[in-house]
Each structure stands twice: as C-alpha cells, then as structure tokens.
Design a protein around this ligand. Structure first.
Ligand SMILES: Cc1ncc(COP(=O)(O)O)c(C=O)c1O
Length: 430
C-alpha cells in the first residue's frame, strides 16, 4: 500500500514524534562521535527496586493465571490501607483499580469520561497527547515562575468564570510533587482548590506518583479536602524505582462505580489484567514496613541533597530556578539570558536545548514539551544521571539523624554537579 493511503487510513489524532526522541537521537549521534553526554532528559528513578519487592517477585514467578481485571484483591486492600495510613483518606478496596502503569489508567479514564481536561502547565508530557488521541477538549492554564509553577485558587476561579458554564463536565489534573518542576501544593492551596472543585462539581485526577518522594516525607493529598471528587493516581514506578514493571493504581472515591465499571470494561477488552507476579510483588511495596521506609528515607535524603547542590550552582549563575519539594527534577527559566542567547541564534526552548546539547553534551528537555509557550526559555533538568545503587548504599551507612556530608557528591554523583557547572558556564558565554 502506498503511503498516501496508509496515512488516510490512520485513526489517530494529534500525534507527532516527541521532541524527547529528537534529544535522544542527537545524544546518540554525539556519543558515537566520541562526545561525553550528560543524560539529564530521562524521567526514570536512578534507584534499584527495594529488595523486599524483588524477593516477592521471585517467589511469585510461578503465578500464571489471569487475575481480576480490577486487580489482585490483596493488592487493592494494601493500596486502600496505604492511602488511609499515608494520606489519611478512607478508600474502599473495591474502589481501587490496578493497571499496567498509571499512564494506561489515565488513558482509559479520559476515554471513558466525557468532559474537558483542565491542565495547569508546565505539565507532564503525556497528558495532552492522551487527550488528543481520544479527542478531548484540552484547556491549559499557564502558571508562573512566581507562583512556583503551581496553579493558584484565583487563577482557577478566573478560568472557570471565563467559561461561563458552572457545571460543565470537567476533569482537572493536578500533579504534585510535579514532573517537571518538583513543586508541591501547601495545605492552604489544596483546601482552596478543593473548595472550588466542590462548588463546580469537578473531578480531580490527583497524580501523586511522586508523593512518597516528597523530600520531607510530608506529602498531603487533595483527597483529604475533597474526598468525594478526587481520584488518587499512584504506582510503583517512581518511589520504588520499578517503572519497567508496569504497575499503576487508581483509588476512587465512594460512589464512583459509575466510572470504575466502564473503565474495567475497557481494561477487560484491552490489557485483561496486570502481570500476576508483579501484582503480588507490589503488595509488599504498598504494605510498606521498615525496609521500604529505610529505602524511602535514603532516596529522599539523596535527592534533596543533589537538588540543593544543583539549585545553589544554578542560582549563583543567575538562572531562575526554585528549590523543589520532591521528585527528581528542576525546571529552569533562562529568560534573563535571552539577549545573549538570541545573539547566538537561540530564540525558543527547543533551540535552546538543541544548542546546549551540541555545545556541552548536556541533554535536557525543552519547556515546550511540558506545554509551556515555545518561546519561553524554560527546560527540565532530570537529576538522575548517577549510580542510585551506590548512592543508596553509601547513604545507608550514615545515621538518619545526620545530613549527608558535603562531599557526598564526589563519591556518587559528580557528573550531575559537573553538568550544572558546565550549564552555567555555557549560559554565561557571551
Ligand atoms: C507525572 C507522571 N505521571 C504519571 C507517570 C506514569 O507513570 P507509570 O505509567 O509508570 O505509572 C509518569 C511517568 O513518567 C509521570 O512522570
């Protein structure tokens, strides 16, 4: 069949090659030429999967049957209890759904729920493509550096007023700590946004996949303030380092059977159920215990240490960046360098990242991928370019009452620090 017919017969909308791929391709090409590449575009946890989970996976390798489409009962119970204990939110295990990654559950949710998708930006790269594939109406709300890239209650109020339709079906996606900026909401902001959502009968999809990577271990879910309308999205990809295991969870409010049932119907006709051994292993993650808590404590301590060091270097170099509250990302705004960058032929975030990679070998992702205006000189830096196993092992030898020593980076994450110094030097070249 010739390509003309093939493209006419395609039944997907709005899908183009991701700029992430462009960065990867250029990185590979430069590497082949013998250049040193600092891989800071990836969104993958640097840490190994906790040993308890690996053991459980091994012990359940023989589980071969298809499981319940909504998920293994003991896992759904463990997820419900996890949200009760960690988030102080009562979840009925019958209202938990397990999917092959939270990404898939988000896709099915958008497929099944007919309503506008409201996205504060910067936002994670897949929300918009998913909504586009399904053909949902996407409404973006641009946040600002000054509000720490977080949606404010008054912004949301203004947006809803401008829409002139109080009860139109809407799904708002909130992600905190966030990819790409690591920022989270304070309690007051959560309460205010929850109040607005309640008044407008909006559904909140609360993407808390990085919740357990809040550096202080103090994550608060908006479900605490809007339990009747919040779906909590989580999984094992980020805080357990098990992205490739593909398991995500949705915890629905009571009386959401009307939504769970059609989602389960779609699941039954597509992926059937999540891998059985992985579900058994995930029970140990959600049940927690001393090994998981120790793992989390050290992971947070390392990530916070690295973020602090990098932020200090960037801020000293004149880059606008906030100290994040969790996860493993920094979102930088280099607009103060616009004049000199324009003289070097750089006028948008994609060009900025391309030139940075060509000149320095540092691979990061442009702000435009996260739905920021193309001309804004923003970008996401992933602080995962280090040996997580080595860093964890070292951190475990340091008492929990102590901070990591100042020279910790020299032993396990010198490349991250080196990249930040290169980045600043490159920016300051006139
Ligand atoms: C903000 C955010 N949400 C959801 C996901 C999807 O995670 P998974 O499908 O692995 O559960 C990711 C993965 O990168 C993410 O960064």
């Amino acid at each position: 069949m010739n390509s003309k017919h093939a493209s006419i017969n395609l039944n997907i909308r709005g899908i183009t090659q991701s700029p992430t791929l462009a960065v990867n391709e250029l990185s590979k090409k430069l590497e082949k030429e013998g250049r040193r590449i600092y891989r800071m575009g990836l969104g993958q946890s640097p840490f190994p999967v906790p040993v308890t989970m690996v053991e459980m996976l091994r012990n359940h390798a023989h589980e071969k049957d298809y499981l319940n489409v909504r998920g293994l009962e003991s896992l759904r119970k463990a997820v419900a209890l996890f949200h009760q204990q960690k988030d102080n939110v009562l979840i009925n295990p019958d209202n938990v759904m397990i999917g092959p990654g939270s990404k898939e559950l988000m896709f099915i949710l958008q497929l099944v729920y007919y309503g506008d998708i409201i996205l504060p930006t910067p936002c994670w790269v897949s929300y918009v493509p998913q909504a586009k594939i399904i053909g949902r109406n996407i409404r973006l709300i641009q946040t600002t550096f000054e509000s720490r890239w977080k949606l404010t209650a008054s912004q949301l109020e203004d947006f809803l007023k401008s829409e002139n339709d109080m009860f139109k079906p809407r799904l708002i996606v909130l992600n905190y700590p966030s990819n790409p900026d690591g920022e989270t909401f304070g309690d007051e902001a959560l309460m205010e946004i929850a109040g607005i959502a309640r008044r407008h009968e909006m559904i909140i999809l609360s993407d808390e996949i990085y919740g357990q990577l809040n550096f202080e271990g103090k994550h608060t879910s908006i479900a605490r303030y809007y339990p009747e309308g919040t779906i909590i999205s989580s999984g094992i990809s980020k805080w357990c380092g098990a992205g490739g295991w593909r398991l995500g969870t949705f915890a629905f409010p009571a009386h959401f059977e009307w939504l769970i049932k059609p989602m389960a119907a779609v699941a039954s006709e597509t992926y059937t159920s999540v891998s059985a051994p992985v579900q058994y292993a995930a029970v140990s993650a959600f049940r927690g215990g001393i090994i998981i808590e120790r793992y989390l404590f050290n992971a947070r301590r390392i990530l916070q240490y690295i973020a602090r060091k990098c932020v200090a270097i960037l801020q000293k170099g004149g880059v606008r960046v906030h100290m994040p509250t969790g996860a493993f990302y920094l979102f930088v705004d280099c607009s103060d360098f616009r004049e000199t960058l324009e003289r070097r032929g750089i006028s948008d975030s994609a060009g900025f990242c391309r030139k940075l990679l060509e000149d320095t070998g540092i691979a990061i992702l442009p702000g435009s991928v996260f739905m920021r205006p193309a001309e804004e000189l923003s970008a996401r830096i992933s602080l995962v370019n280090f040996d997580g196993a080595k860093a964890l092992a070292m951190s475990e030898t340091i008492p929990i009452s102590e901070k990591l020593p100042d020279d910790f980076d020299r032993h396990c994450c010198s490349a991250v620090i080196e990249a930040m110094e290169r980045f600043v030097n490159w920016l300051q070249e006139s």
